[in-house]
Design a protein around this ligand. Sequence first.
Ligand code: MN
Length: 198
Amino acid sequence: MAITLPDLPFAEDALAPVISARTLEFHYGKHHRAYVDNTNKMIEGTDLAEADLLTIIKKTAGDTSLAGLFNNAAQVWNHSFYWQCIRPGGGGAPSGPVLKKIEADLGGYEKFVEAFKAAGATQFGSGWAWLVLRDNKLEIIKTTNADTPVAHDLTPLLTVDVWEHAYYLDYQNRRPDYLGAFTEKLINWDFVEANLGG
Ligand code: MN
């Protein structure tokens, strides 16, 4: 089975002006597509040729001789997840079980926003900030480059891509502004709730 590029869950211009169509044209249409194409080239003719994406990620994680494949496969997974984490008219505080869980584990919505934005802003260079479940408790973490919680047996609930290609056309060097817009205007809390199992 080939690894496939999932459709974007919204039109390329649907997030503007928070994220422009131009950014999505490159971020989804070039970067994400290239990770898919590279992964398929690298697994062709190997014993991972028929494997699904999560299997490829778990079998290559931590193996420096397979770092190229891990990086591309993990980036396919991370981006497919990221698009589902955002939506037009999203963001702001959640309600229901997600809000209750944030209050219980993270001290409330304002503290979540502060910690999530800080994780994204302090990830040096390329990477991701995440809301994950570890032992059924919420935790905010960051990963470098392509690294992904699914390689570490954590359950991801939400992510923000802080590679420059995610925001540079719209925010240039102002990563904190992108993170502020992400939390205020983009987060798809229904997706987070589904990931929480609620
Ligand atoms: Mn990206």
